[in-house]
Design a protein around this ligand. Structure first.
Ligand SMILES: Cc1ncc(COP(=O)(O)O)c(C=O)c1O
Length: 429
């Protein structure tokens, strides 16, 4: 684990901030009202000046050009999904033509399964885990039903032994001859466990199995090297660490070797450029990643991504990951030193190579502690049954904020402040 010989004083937290080479990026993000301290960038990243400017730029083009927006700058906006994809590809070290920005994560899972899952008598199973975010299962199950097959015949679930972590060897053992495709999360949304994508991909490919990952909890926080890993596909949202805005258009990676594969869900923006505007009724599939688009790109849900990618380009994924690991290691250190006597613990992995960008703090009163934190100007989030997810984000959180958060958590527990809050859950926790 990142070992920084931390010490538990406020001065020390401030000294870490003074030596932080990314500290200048905080000003590029808008502070929340009342200067709330935000620890929820793993759910929805904060708005930045760069994202806003990019959004207004698209608005200007639309205002001034109308329909001609599609031709502006030699078709830049017509190709917006590919253009942004090429820049996003750098974050996962993929080739620039292997990523496109389109639709949302859930729809992209539908697209991927519809495209890659071609069940035969011998190979038809879809391997998943029981800790992934539920939408992945909903999409897969409905794809199975659309083929007239039974979910229980097709789905093979690797179960977690403790409800928090997955055992990679159990996943590999489940890659049997009848498995056609594997979809796993890169980072688990509760425990922040980071799986070894390289090892899992190699083992799947050795057995002739197609494999891909849901990067929702790693994109923008964890470094990936897809030129090394070579998975078959990946999907993710851009609104968490990447801060591209609520409901931002999502990303798909498809390994070049699969270009030309017949697309599962076709639409006119997946047609080849040459014949798209001939508007013929026979679909002529684009030969590249464009095939994975369906309809007209959602420009206003894409533009903020363009802005935030400028920030990522300047900051660099290596520095971002390094600081993120230090922030989470520091948080775990403070939990050990200041919170364990108050009934708090954490379940996140100690080793850097197994940890994503957040820490899962555990307390019996987790839900009510979250309510107390919010009233005291801290924004965490809550996940059933007893987890407070805390995501100090490298681009806009400081070590001092982490320190102040831990102090507040100690005070809440010392005074048992949760007594005054209801256990009744609101819609978004
Ligand atoms: C792992 C994972 N996959 C998918 C989603 C949801 O995807 P979307 O709402 O973009 O379809 C989430 C949302 O939090 C998630 O955590």
């Amino acid at each position: 684990m990142t070992n920084n010989n931390f010490n538990p004083t406020l001065d020390y937290a401030k000294s870490l901030d003074e030596n932080d080479s990314l500290s200048s990026f905080k000003k590029r993000f808008y502070p929340l009202e009342n200067n709330q301290i935000y620890m929820d960038g793993n759910s929805l990243g904060l708005a930045s000046i760069d994202a806003e400017k990019a959004l207004l730029r698209v608005m200007e083009v639309w205002k001034k050009q109308g329909i001609l927006i599609w031709n502006t700058d030699e078709g830049y906006y017509f190709n917006y999904g590919k253009k942004l994809g090429a820049r996003l590809a750098k974050l996962i070290k993929a080739n620039s033509d292997e990523v496109i920005v389109t639709a949302n994560t859930t729809l992209n899972i539908h697209q991927i399964i519809a495209t890659f899952w071609k069940p035969t008598k011998q190979r038809y199973k879809i391997l998943v885990d029981d800790l992934n975010f539920p939408t992945d299962r909903y999409a897969i199950d409905s794809q199975i039903k659309l083929k007239g097959m039974q979910v229980e015949d097709v789905i093979k679930v690797v179960s977690s032994k403790d409800g928090m972590f997955l055992d990679e060897q159990s996943i590999i053992d489940a890659m049997t001859e009848d498995v056609a495709i594997v979809l796993l999360p890169s980072v688990l949304y509760r425990s922040a466990q980071l799986l070894d994508l390289d090892k899992l991909t190699k083992e799947a490919h050795r057995r002739g199995i197609i494999i891909g990952f849901d990067l929702c909890h790693s994109i923008g926080a964890v470094e990936h090297d897809f030129n090394l890993v070579q998975p078959d596909f990946a999907i993710w949202c851009n609104y968490k660490y990447l801060s591209a805005g609520p409901g931002a258009t999502a990303g798909i990676y498809v390994n070049r070797k699969h270009f030309g594969r017949e697309i599962g869900l076709a639409g006119w923006f997946g047609n080849s450029d040459e014949t798209q505007f001939e508007l013929k009724h026979n679909f002529e599939q684009a030969a590249d990643i464009k095939a994975f688009q369906t309809g007209t790109p959602n420009m206003f849900s894409m533009a903020p991504l363009e802005g935030i990618l400028d920030i990522y380009q300047e900051a660099g994924m290596d520095r971002i990951r390094k600081k993120s690991l230090m922030l989470t290691a520091y948080l775990m250190y403070l939990i050990d030193h200041k919170l364990s006597q108050w009934g708090y613990s954490y379940i996140s992995q100690q080793q850097d190579e197994c940890r994503g960008g957040h820490v899962a703090l555990v307390h019996k009163q987790a839900y009510r502690i979250c309510l107390a934190l919010k009233e005291r100007n801290f924004i965490p989030d809550y996940r059933e049954p007893d987890i407070i997810r805390l995501a100090p984000v490298a681009l806009y959180n400081t070590f001092e904020e982490v320190y102040l958060l831990v102090e507040e958590l100690a005070l809440i527990a010392q005074d048992q402040v949760w007594e005054k809050y209801s256990t009744h859950k609101s819609i978004v926790t």
